[in-house]
Design a protein around this ligand. Structure first.
Ligand code: ATP
Ligand code: MG
Length: 289
């Protein structure tokens, strides 16, 4: 047993540990006792059909749900200095310091995160200045250019003065990722970050997230309804259904030996719904299994 414990990074010190999370909207429970943990440098994929409570779970972690939502449970987050805090119990002011700094979030539709009438260089700069307001102008510019290069936006010096509509959908998602990463977060929550993109661009953004994850040892909560997509970036997968996690394990375990009929259904439906020309095995091939 001791040997097993040594093998699991989660049993040492998780970066994030969610216990018995419940979320209810006007008495209706959308999240019903969800527990999971993410180790430093690990990506957990949260997968499940529409309405299963994935977004409600991620928004509850950052306390971004409307005041009408009733949230209970605990969300322990290990700060850089080693102190663990329960995010659900923090004063709003302390929570604001985490959001966009130690924990960043990207969403499905990049335009909702971008201001259509502000140059993108300025928007990336503002993401930095929100948490480091005294950064000198020259350094801000250097950091913005570095962030644009990191997400492979073309010709950063010139394009930083362009507006969001002058970029493609995939490039806009790269801008949002640059904004999320400029403060060097320790946890990135990505809620369906590729769902609005066509398949080729989706593959490029997934490749970028994988590269960033390995280069920065970033921890990620990666949410998608598509198990085939999750399998490409995640180390472990948690399967959600009707507000509960019905199964969790390594990508290999969940894909090769799904325990729950619902997971087997997701496995069978993923290739036919999302990638018509693939056979079921392709899910595993893409995940490197
Ligand atoms: N702000 C809200 N007010 C009331 N009900 C909500 C709210 N947000 C979510 N819900 C309900 O909570 C349940 C879970 O929704 P959630 O958005 O978390 O699903 P999801 O798994 O993210 O789905 P999708 O794949 O479509 O994004 C749904 O029944 C939804 O209608
Ligand atoms: Mg959602």
């Amino acid at each position: 047993m001791i040997g097993q414990n040594e093998l699991s990074p989660l049993l040492s010190a998780p970066l994030l540990s969610v216990q018995a999370l419940h979320v209810a909207f006007s008495g209706q429970e959308a999240v019903r006792g969800v527990s999971f943990a993410i180790a430093p440098g690990e990506t957990l994929g949260l997968v499940g059909e529409s309405g299963s409570g994935k977004s409600a779970t991620s928004l509850a972690l950052l306390r971004l749900l409307p005041p009408s939502a009733a949230i209970s449970g605990s969300v322990a987050f290990a700060r850089a200095d080693g102190v663990t805090e329960d995010l659900l119990g923090l004063p709003e002011e302390a929570m604001r310091r985490h959001r966009g700094r130690s924990i960043a979030m990207i969403f499905q539709e990049p335009m909702t995160a971008l201001n259509p009438v502000m140059k993108i260089g300025r928007q990336i700069a503002e993401a930095l200045l929100a948490h480091a307001p005294r950064t000198p102008g020259r350094e801000v510019r250097e950091r913005v250019l570095a962030a644009m290069r990191e997400v492979a936006l073309p010709d950063p010096e010139r394009r930083m003065d362009d507006y969001p509509h002058q970029f493609s959908g995939g490039q806009r998602q790269r801008i949002v990722i640059a904004m999320a990463l400029i403060n060097k977060p320790r946890l990135l929550i990505a809620d369906e970050p590729t769902t609005a993109l066509d398949v080729t661009v989706q593959a490029q953004i997934l490749a970028l997230l994988k590269k960033l994850k390995s280069e920065h040892k970033l921890s990620m909560l990666f949410i998608s309804h598509d198990l085939a997509v999750v399998a490409q970036v995640a180390d472990r997968v948690a399967v959600m259904r009707q507000g509960e996690i019905v199964e969790q394990g390594s990508v290999r375990q969940v894909l090769t030996r799904p325990q729950h009929a619902y997971t087997r259904g997701l496995l069978a439906s993923a290739p036919t719904m999302r990638t018509p020309r693939d056979r079921p095995l392709a899910t595993m091939v893409r995940a490197g299994i």
